[in-house]
Every structure is written in C-alpha cells, then in structure tokens.
Design a protein around this ligand. Structure first.
Ligand SMILES: *[C@@H]1O[C@H](CO)[C@@H](O)[C@H](O)[C@H]1NC(C)=O
Length: 241
C-alpha cells in the first residue's frame, strides 16, 4: 500500500513522463569522472615528481653524510696515529728524564784500618764496612771504584797516637787530591779531610799514607767507649750523577 503511494508520488512529480533521458546528460557523469581522473592523474604525477625529488635530496644528504663520516673517520685515525706517536715520544722523554733525575744511592763508610803501622806510600785499608750502598767500596783493597760518573764527596778521619806523625792524602787514581799532616807530642789526636769532585765511572778513590817516619809499631789507633768513638774512617757519597 505504502509502496504504491510512493510510486504515485513519483509519477506526479515527473508529470507522468517516463521516457528516455535527454541526450546531453547521457555521458555527463562519464565526462565528469574522466575529467576528475585526468586532474587526478596530473596531481598524482606532481606528487610523484615531488616524491622523486625528495627522494633524490634524501639520497644526496645521505651520500654527503657518508662522505663526511668517512672523512671524520680518516681524520680521527690520523689524529690517533699522531697522538700515539707523540705519546710514545713523551714517554721516552720521561724515561730519559727519570734516568737522569733518579740518582741511585751510592754511599759507603768503612773504618778499622787493617794495618795500623802504615808506611810511606801505603794505601790505608779500612776493613770494616759500616755501609756500602752500591757495593763500590772494596774493604780488602781500600779502593772505592766510581760506579757512575757524577759529583762525589769523600771524607776521612784519621786518629794517631801521640809522638807520631803522618802525612796523608785522598787519592784519585794516581793523583793526590787532598792532603794533610798532623802530629801531637802529648795527646792522641784525630784529623779529618774531605774531597769534593766530579768523577768518571771506573776512577778509583783511596787514602794513602804519603809519609810516615820509619818506626816500629802502630801509628793509627782506634778507641771505642760508650762516650767516644775515635775511629779512623773513610766515607764517600754520590751527590749527583
Ligand atoms: C767486607 O766486605 C764484604 C762484602 O764486600 C762483607 O761481606 C764483609 O762483611 C766486609 N767485612 C767487614 C769486616 O766488614
């Protein structure tokens, strides 16, 4: 019933004319669709072009980035090589400096002359080693053999009986470096001397009796108590190489 009414309404609105559509509008829809499609195609082409352009730009930027990265890597490698070379040089410098700055301990002190009677031209051998850092003093020969070139200080103290005299010298190889003499009629006396010198490795330092009148018996003496140590001694020290 209701459908019929709708059909009737339709017939009324169209004036009862139900015939073929007018010629002009037959392809209207198709034309519009075609037009739209053409426009769409143009648009799509534009979009595609832009996409391609963007794509190319991205590729260019990527390419540049890669080149930059490669350059940076190369620079970094070069820097690394340069720095490790410099570090090695600095380390070598430090080693060299350490070698010159670090003065090893060379120090000795010996007492107790093995022969107290002495004699002209005799080396005084201090047989009791109290200290011998570096092992350069020989308590059998009385010789100190310079282990490393450098500045050295030597000191001696000699104690003699009264009415005895002696002339002594600190010798470096065969040269007299420091000398002295002493004598006392009444008292036992001690005398000391020193030598400061720059020496070459291998040179020998020792104490020599330069002159003592030929007489029997001891000239040197040693006396120890809780209060005094009257010791004849020879000591030396490397100050700086
Ligand atoms: C003499 O020196 C040697 C080492 O060179 C040492 O062993 C010895 O104890 C020393 N003698 C004395 C009496 O100090």
């Amino acid at each position: 019933m209701r459908l019929w009414l709708v059909f009737l309404g339709f017939v009324v609105v169209h004036g009862g004319v139900i015939g073929p559509e007018p010629q002009c509008s037959k392809f209207h829809y198709e034309e519009q669709l075609l037009e739209k499609m053409v426009r769409m195609e143009v648009k799509v082409e534009g979009v595609e072009k832009r996409i391609m352009e963007t794509n190319q730009r991205v590729l260019d930027v990527l390419g540049n980035l890669q080149t930059e990265r490669k350059d940076m890597k190369n620079e970094f490698n070069e820097l690394q090589i340069q720095y490790s070379k410099e570090m090695e040089e600095r380390i070598a410098d430090i080693e060299k400096l350490k070698d010159t700055l670090l003065t090893e301990t060379v120090a000795f002190k010996a007492r107790g002359p093995s022969d107290k009677s002495l004699g002209t031209g005799k080396t005084i051998v201090f047989a009791e080693t109290m200290l011998n850092k570096g092992g350069a003093y020989d308590n059998v020969t009385g010789m100190f053999t310079v282990p490393v070139s450098g500045a050295y200080l030597f000191t001696i103290q000699l104690c003699i009986l009264n009415k005895k005299q002696m002339h002594y010298g600190i010798m470096i190889d065969n040269s007299l470096y420091t000398s002295g003499r002493f004598y006392d009629n009444d008292a036992y006396t001690c005398d000391s001397a020193d030598a400061i010198t720059v020496l070459e490795g291998g040179e020998r330092v020792y104490v020599k009796c330069l002159y003592s009148p030929s007489s029997s018996g001891d000239i040197l003496y040693e006396y120890s108590s809780s209060t005094y140590n009257y010791w004849s001694s020879f000591s030396g020290l490397l100050i700086h190489r």
